[in-house]
Design a protein around this ligand. Structure first.
Ligand code: MLC
Ligand code: AMP
Length: 523
């Protein structure tokens, strides 16, 4: 059964029921089916073939949902994009994916038209109508298509290409099938006791697997209702939960941190909430305990990746262990691999590898990276961890330098490459520093070009390099660097701080010693 068929069973069962409450609007399952059918029929009239790639560059809201579903209903492959992406990210994704069509808001169109590469058809999604801006001029996009969906789509067909930050400095498109997404959401619905009677409060961004593959897909698979928000606001979330309007909440640890830091948390009674779930980054045991103390809920932590959707989860009914990401989900094989390629025993640490119907098909246009990502049909997550004696997985770091800031992944190389193009920068290294709210924050260590001048001047007995580097504001202001990066890369990748250094510490092989750099920040 494809994802389309799974969702169609909900639409035909409860067409009158409200699926989404969004900014004062109520959208029924029947309305979603009608709007998605229209989008699908309209895409076909633009000669979008099954398997073609179509991007969605929209913020949270019903339009994003109609676009995503409509693309799959047409048999095409959707590419979710963060509206915060800058020129560099977008040029690469359009070039790599060959996306033919893009759904976006009219106000984003000028940004797209400035890019080196963009899709042949831009669909400007307006309140009244959806306008097609393409090679053949401007016209109405939507045609009637009630009830239309491509019922020939199979489990093995691609449903989504989700771009994940890449170690090489450019993101990679993870190819995810209908079967990957369908099997995973069915498993999660079972594991978390998620039924039609639930009401989900969803404040996650809908362009990542967490908000989309769990949140939206969960609503469409179960037929539960969802209060959907444009963004996360801790007071608003607590007020909604306090009023008993939602029974289920899912978020990243930064959200739970903010929920635990509000003034007078005793104002809020969360006893009518059934379940709160955390993932995308490590939930500190101290936060698990604090949240339980304040609100009486043991947060259920689970673990996933864009490439595999969800792998493990703490149990609904059994023990939820703080500091552990729980047990492998039914049907998902999770093992820990040793240095020699052998599977390790409980208590032994190695790389976490995953096999199952949830595992993606590889990276688009990247046969080498795909080959390197698998060993004996197991996907190498790059996460390090071990199983305890009860079969619970504990994560303990990563093989790569990946930074996870507030649940968003940032690869240092990508940020370094852009910083290195700044005229005042000689060389830059980016690392993650521990942060109580974000988990890790992006930080840049920069050797400024001026330093060479300073060195020369110090030869003449004037300003020494040490002095020049310590008066960093004179050389490169953080605000100057931020302004330079803005528009090129998404805001969450922009360093929260800069430390100017006279050189980057390296080992004998010339590799930058990031841990040593982090120590220079004294953290
Ligand atoms: C926003 N900003 C961040 C940031 N989020 N900076 C660092 N790290 C982050 N996570 C910056 C913005 O660029 C902006 O900067 C400023 O903060 C305010 O932006 P905002 O949009 O108002 O931020 P806020 O609402 O506070 O966002 C915090 C957050 C958000 C925690 C709500 O980051 C978030 O929704 N995170 C969830 C990410 C997620 O869904 N990950 C799932 C990946 S899938 P400026 O300078 O421009 O003002 C995955 C698999 C799995 O990992 O297992 O789930
Ligand atoms: P992404 O590529 O954005 O899908 O992020 C996937 C990464 O998020 C994983 O490889 C992990 O490093 C991290 N992650 C997801 N869930 C958890 C969790 N519960 N605890 C720790 N790390 C997590």
């Amino acid at each position: 059964m494809s994802l389309n068929e799974l969702f169609m069973t909900t639409f035909s069962r409860i067409p009158e029921k409200v699926a989404f409450y969004f900014e004062g609007r109520e959208i029924t399952f029947g309305e979603i089916e009608r709007r998605a059918g229209e989008v699908a029929a309209s895409l076909l009239s633009l000669r979008v073939e099954p398997g073609s790639r179509v991007a969605v560059f929209l913020p949270n809201g019903p339009d994003l949902i109609y676009a995503h579903l409509g693309i799959n209903f047409a048999g095409a492959v959707r590419i979710p994009l963060n509206p915060a992406y800058g020129e560099r990210e977008l040029n690469h994704i359009f070039e790599d994916s060959g996306a033919e069509v893009i759904f976006t808001y009219p106000e984003y169109v000028p940004r797209l038209k400035k890019l080196r590469v963009y899709p042949r058809e831009i669909i400007a999604v307006g309140e009244e109508n959806w306008v097609r801006i393409g090679g053949k001029g401007i016209g109405d996009f939507l045609v009637a298509g009630d009830g239309f969906y491509d019922d020939e789509v199979k489990d093995s067909d691609l449903a989504m290409i989700a771009y994940t930050s890449g170690t090489t400095g450019l993101s990679k498109g993870a190819m995810i099938t209908h079967g990957n997404l369908r099997s995973n959401i069915e498993t999660l619905v079972q594991s978390w006791g998620w039924t039609e009677n639930e009401r989900l409060l969803l404040t996650l961004p809908l362009f990542h697997i967490h908000g989309l593959g769990l949140g939206i897909h969960g609503v469409l698979a179960t037929g539960c209702s969802c209060i959907l928000k444009p963004k996360f606001d801790p007071e608003e979330v607590l007020n909604i939960l306090n009023r008993g309007e939602a029974t289920l909440f899912m978020g990243v640890p930064t959200m739970y941190h903010r929920l635990s830091e509000v003034q007078e948390p005793s104002r809020f009674d969360l006893s009518r909430v059934r379940l709160v779930i955390s993932g995308s980054a490590a939930l500190a045991p101290a936060l698990f305990h604090k949240f339980e103390e304040l609100y009486g809920h043991k947060i259920l932590e689970r673990y996933g990746l864009t490439e595999t959707i969800m792998n493990t989860s703490n149990p609904l009914d059994g023990v939820r262990k703080p500091g552990s990401v729980g047990l492998p989900l039914p049907g998902v094989e999770v093992r820990v691999l040793g240095e020699k390629g052998d599977f390790l025993k409980p208590g032994e640490s190695g790389e976490v590898v995953v096999k199952g119907p949830n595992v993606f098909q590889g990276y688009l246009n990247q046969p080498q990276a795909t080959e390197a990502a698998f060993v004996n049909n197991f996907f190498r997550t790059g996460d390090l961890g071990f199983f305890d004696g009860d079969g619970y997985l504990h994560l303990a770091g990563r093989k790569s330098e990946l930074i996870i800031s507030g649940g968003y992944n940032v690869y240092p190389r990508e940020v370094e490459e852009v910083i290195n193009t700044h005229p005042k920068v000689k060389e830059a290294a980016v690392a993650g520093l521990a942060d109580p709210e974000l988990g890790e924050k992006v930080w840049a260590f920069i050797v400024p070009k001026q330093e060479e001048e300073s060195n020369q001047r110090s030869d003449n007995g004037r300003l020494s390099c040490k002095e020049a580097c310590s008066t960093k504001k004179e050389i490169l202001e953080l605000s100057e660097l931020k302004a330079f990066l803005q528009g090129q890369i998404a805001g969450y990748k922009i360093p929260k701080g800069v430390t100017l250094v006279s050189e980057l510490p390296r080992n004998a092989m010339g590799k930058i010693l990031k841990n040593k750099l982090k120590e220079t920040r004294g953290r």
